[in-house]
Design a protein around this ligand. Structure first.
Ligand code: HEM
Ligand code: HEM
Length: 190
C-alpha cells in the first residue's frame, strides 16, 4: 500500500515494517533478560553471579550495537503515521517515551561498559568467548568507577519505570481504547 497517498483507513491499519518489528522485539527481549539477569543473580554464589554477569555484559554490548543500527535506520525511515484517534497528549507522551527509550538504550550499556572498564583496570569484555571488546578509556580511580556504577544502576531503574509506562500504554490502547495500536508492532494480531 502506498503510504504517501493519505488514506485514513490505510493509515489506521498501517504496521511498522518487518525490520522495525523484528528489531523492537529482539531488543525488548534482550533488555528484559539483562534486567532480570542482574536482579536474580544478585545474591547468587560468586561463580554463578560471574557467569550470568558475563552474559549480561556481552548481551549489553550487543544491545548497544543493535540500538545504534536501529537508530540510524529509524532516522532514515519514517514510521507509519500514529493512530488518528490519539489525543494530542497521548501522541506527545508516546513520542517522549520512545525517544527516552532510545537514549537509555545507548546510555545504559555505555555506563555499564565504562563501569566494568574502570573496575577491571582496563580489561577487555569477552563477547560470549568469541572475541573481545576493548575497555573504554575511562579512569580507574574509585570516584570515576563509583559514578559509572551509580549511573548504571539509576538508568536501570529508569528504563524499568519507562517499560512499565510503555506497557501500560500498550494495554490501555489494546483493551480500553481498542484502537489497533498494539497491532502496529505485533505482526499476528488481527
Ligand atoms: C524493554 C522493552 C521495550 C522497549 C525498549 C520498547 C521500545 C519501543 C520504542 C523505542 C518504540 C518506538 C518505535 C519508533 O517509532 O521508533 C516502541 C513502540 C511500540 N512498543 Fe515497545 N518497547 C518495549 C517493549 C514493549 C512491550 C512489552 C510492548 C507491548 C506490551 C510494546 C508495545 C509497543 C507498541 C504498541 C509500539 C507502537 C507505538 C505506536 O504505535 O506509536 N513494547 N517500543
Ligand atoms: C541495555 C543493556 C543493559 C541493561 C538493561 C542493564 C541493566 C542492569 C541492571 C538493572 C543492573 C542492576 C543495577 C542495580 O540494581 O544495582 C545492572 C548491573 C550491572 N551491569 Fe548492566 N545493563 C546493561 C548493560 C551492561 C553492560 C554493557 C555492562 C558491561 C559491559 C553491564 C555491567 C553491569 C554490571 C557489572 C552490573 C553490576 C553492578 C554492581 O556490581 O552493582 N551492564 N545492569
Amino acid at each position: 500500500m502506498d503510504m504517501d497517498t493519505i488514506d485514513p483507513a490505510a493509515a489506521s491499519t498501517a504496521r511498522y515494517s518487518r525490520g522495525a518489528i523484528l528489531m523492537h522485539w529482539l531488543i525488548a527481549l534482550l533488555i528484559i533478560g539483562n534486567v532480570l539477569g542482574a536482579w536474580v543473580s544478585e545474591d547468587m554464589p560468586k561463580p554463578d553471579r560471574a557467569a550470568i554477569m558475563g552474559l549480561h555484559k556481552a548481551f549489553g554490548i550487543t544491545i548497544l550495537l543493535l540500538t545504534i543500527a536501529r537508530i540510524v535506520w529509524r532516522l532514515m525511515h519514517r514510521p507509519p503515521p500514529m493512530v488518528e484517534t490519539l489525543k494530542a497528549w497521548e501522541a506527545a507522551l508516546a513520542r517522549v517515551t520512545h525517544w527516552l527509550f532510545y537514549i537509555l538504550m545507548l546510555a545504559l550499556p555505555l555506563t555499564g561498559w565504562a563501569f566494568v572498564s574502570g573496575a577491571s583496570q582496563g580489561k577487555p569484555v569477552s563477547m560470549f568467548g568469541l572475541f573481545n571488546m576493548p575497555a573504554l578509556p575511562v579512569g580507574f580511580d574509585k570516584a570515576t568507577v563509583g559514578t559509572f556504577k551509580d549511573l548504571h544502576g539509576t538508568l536501570g531503574t529508569l528504563i524499568v519505570a519507562l517499560f512499565v509506562l510503555h506497557v501500560a500504554g500498550a494495554l490501555k490502547h489494546q483493551f480500553l481504547d481498542r484502537d489497533g495500536t498494539l497491532r502496529r508492532i505485533v505482526p499476528f494480531l488481527k
